[in-house]
Each structure stands twice: as C-alpha cells, then as structure tokens.
Design a protein around this ligand. Structure first.
Ligand SMILES: Nc1ncnc2c1ncn2[C@@H]1O[C@H](COP(=O)(O)OP(=O)(O)OP(=O)(O)O)[C@@H](O)[C@H]1O
Ligand SMILES: [Mg+2]
Length: 405
C-alpha cells in the first residue's frame, strides 16, 4: 500500500529519554492537546528509567498537581514518589507548577538594587504587570527553565508550556516583553528619572510635560508616580532581563534540548503543529518529533466501515428508519428497533464499529497530510484512553503507549 511508503520515521521516546545528552524536553502545541499530560508522563517514565528529572508545568488547571499528588500550587520542585520497580532504577522525580507572580518577585528580589525590591514589589503597577501582562506567563516559564538549568540539580528538565492561543507564544514571549519594556510610552515615562545630560532629553521632556499632564488627569498623581518608580527600577534591571531571556533562548537551540510538538489528529491542532514545526526550524530549535495524542484504534480493523455498514443494513429490513435503528444503542430505543430487526444490538454494534473505522481513517488521512508536508519529522502515537488521565498509573499508561508505538 502507498500508505506504507509514506510512513513517517518513528519517534523513539525511550531512546530520547535514556540519552544522557537530552537535558531539556519542551512539550508544546495548541490548547488542550495533551501537553501537560505528555510532559508529566515523559517525566515519570524518564525517572522510572533512572534519570533525575524535574517536570515544570505552567498549567493553572492544577492537573499535574493532582496527578503528581501535589496539594497546592508550588513554585518549588516537590518530590514525587516513584513505583518500587521504577525507583529501583535509581532515578528521581520532582514536579513543580509555575506561579508566575512568585517567579517574577524572585527575580526582582534577586536583581533589584539593595533596598529597592520592596519598593518595586509594593508598587501597584508592578503588581498588575506581573500578574496580568499578556505573555508574562510564557516569559516566566522561560525564566524558570533557565533557573532550573543553571542549578544543575537535575539531569533532565521536562517543560510543559502554557495553554495559549497560539503554539508560538512561548517562543515569542521574551521578545514581546522586551518590546513592551522598550516601548515609547515607557521611554517617555522614564525620561525624567534618568540621569540627565543627553541632548534628546530636552525634546523628550517637552513632550513629556504634555503627556504627564494628561496621564495625571487619567491616572491620578499617585498612580503616575507609582508607574515612574516602577519603570525606573525596572530600567536598572532590564539589561538582566533581556540577557537571561537571550541565554535561555540560546539554551533552547543547543542539541541538549528536544522539542516535542503535541497534537491531536484534528485539523486545527495539526495545522498549529505544522506552524510550530516550521517556526522551530526557522529559529534553529531542535525538533525531536510530533506526538500524535488521543489517536483511536480498533481491535477489529479487518472489518471495514463499508462492510460493517452493509452488514448492519442487511439486518434491518428495507424501509426501516435509520434513526430508529441507530437509537438502539441507548436503552430507550431498543424496543423501537426490535420492531424492525431481530438483532438490535448487533446492528448498533456494527454501526458503531463503522463510525470508529471512519474516525480512524480520517485521523490517518490527517496524519498523512502532516507527514506529506514534513516528511522527516518522526512521529509517536498515543492511544486515546477511555478516561481522562489524572493519576500516576494513568501517566504510566500514556508513557507506555508513547514508547510502544
Ligand atoms: N491520550 C489521552 N487519552 C485520554 N485523555 C487524555 C489523553 N491525553 C490527554 N487527555 C486528557 O485531555 C485533557 C487535556 O489534556 P492536557 O491538560 O494534558 O492538555 P493541555 O495541552 O495541557 O491543555 P492546555 O492547553 O489547556 O494546558 C485532560 O483532561 C487529559 O486528562
Ligand atoms: Mg496544560
């Protein structure tokens, strides 16, 4: 079959996890595709195969916290107990959830001039920026990743990325924050508090008094002073912000990093995955492969959808309403269907099977479309589980599925 010749290379998850050169795994993808689940499952599997792992999740839904037995939002890595067999391999697992405000505060405390940090932390403008600025969460994830990496406490860091509109937000966040801090309005606001002497200041100041007038009216004098204090303080730290963002960005480009793009076999998720793959290659970020999550399987693939439907039809006398026949799956419809066929359950099962086979075929077509566009990208499949994944046992099943593909 031609499908076989077009098959993508297989993503060997265990080889990736076992390779001591793999130091960072970043799970990215569009919203709800299974980034958090995959990151946690990979972290657990790597630890139970003997590595010292920390999983960094930025998911405020606390799913990872639940699955890892963490009771609260922790900004510091907490140990996760491993299964006996896994612990025997000598690895360890820590998990943490990113609290972006706390991380921001830590940076201020670590980098502001002595005596300055309290002033900044108490500043209303800072408080609002640190908890609500769009992209802060992504930026903080990068910042935390840099911190974890520098600590050298773990030999593998698995990073989950925030649920964002676009899978690209994670990579763009540091620049967006830089642009914001570099913005003209902020420049104008900081101008009077900068040490003078530069010629352009006169010009800026002329414009500034006008703007100050307007802003004082809008914000109030106290708020304006808050903004200015904050910006002035931030200004002294700004070089550090940018340097660290650049460092982390470069770290992501090194061969020790492996990006995994997660997608479900659905058009939107795969389109987003495609963008991400292209973007990673433009940015020279090392892509390990695509994780196709929530893929459906059938134990009876030898019975095609067409034959299954034909068989169902043969059991229903001509003229019987399809609606009736179909509702036989539920309890209420069995009576109605029993009037038109002697085999209501068989008909319902055959139709369900046909539906499942059609779904499998459509998922396969979508996956083939992705591979046709990106033939070299290795793929691993994770079977759709009958239920949500919220405990360690569930994560192990996902890890096994990932590796067994
Ligand atoms: N293979 C799977 N089988 C069954 N359920 C799954 C599977 N993968 C993930 N799920 C479930 O799907 C839901 C979304 O998964 P998850 O939270 O990992 O996605 P996400 O990409 O992190 O979402 P967000 O973008 O909101 O952070 C969860 O309820 C999870 O338990
Ligand atoms: Mg998530």
């Amino acid at each position: 079959m031609s499908e076989r010749t077009k098959a993508p290379p297989r993503l060997d998850a265990d080889r990736l996890l076992d390779d001591p050169r793999t130091r960072i795994i970043v799970c990215c993808g569009s919203g709800g595709v299974g980034k958090t689940t995959t990151a946690a499952a990979l972290g657990l599997r790597a630890a139970e195969r003997g590595r010292h792992v920390v999983v960094l999740t930025v998911d405020p839904a606390r799913r990872l916290a639940q699955s890892m037995g963490l009771s609260s939002l922790d900004n510091t890595p907490r140990p996760v107990p491993l299964a006996e067999a896994g612990a025997a391999a000598g690895g360890t697992l820590h998990a943490m959830m990113l609290d972006m405000k706390r991380t921001f505060d830590e940076i201020v405390e670590a980098h502001a001039e002595p005596g300055r940090s309290e002033q900044i932390l108490a500043n209303p403008f800072y408080q609002s920026l640190s908890s609500s600025f769009a992209g802060t969460q992504e930026y903080m994830a990068m910042e935390k990743l840099g911190q974890l990496r520098r600590s050298e406490r773990w030999d593998l860091i698995v990073v989950d990325t925030p649920p964002s509109r676009s899978a690209l937000d994670f990579l763009d966040a540091p620049q967006r924050l830089s642009r914001f801090l570099d913005g003209r309005l902020l420049k104008l606001l900081t101008a009077p508090t900068r040490t003078g002497g530069r010629a352009y200041l006169k010009v800026v100041n002329a414009g500034f008094s006008v703007i100050t007038g307007i802003l004082t009216k809008v914000l109030g004098a106290q708020m304006l002073r808050d903004v200015q204090t904050f910006i002035a303080a931030l200004d002294t730290m700004f070089g550090g912000f940018r340097e660290r963002a650049d460092d982390t960005y470069r770290l992501l480009q090194t061969p020790g990093t492996a990006f995994l793009v997660i997608a479900t076999p659905e058009p939107d998720a795969l389109r987003e995955a495609s963008y991400f793959v292209e973007r990673l290659s433009e940015d020279r970020m090392p892509l390990a492969g695509l994780v196709l999550n929530r893929v459906h399987r059938s134990p009876a693939t030898q019975l095609s959808a067409a034959r299954s439907l034909a068989a169902a039809e043969a059991l229903v006398p001509a003229g019987a309403a399809a609606e009736n026949a179909y509702s036989a799956g539920g309890n209420g419809g069995a009576g109605a269907l029993a009037d038109v066929t002697r085999y209501p359950l068989a008909v319902a099962a055959l139709r369900l099977h046909a539906e499942r086979m059609q779904l499998i075929a459509s998922e396969r077509r979508l996956a083939q479309g992705f591979t046709a566009a990106h033939p070299g990208v290795p793929v691993a499949r994770v079977i759709a589980q009958p239920e949500d994944v919220h405990d360690l046992a569930g994560l192990r099943v996902i890890g096994e599925s990932l590796s067994a593909d």
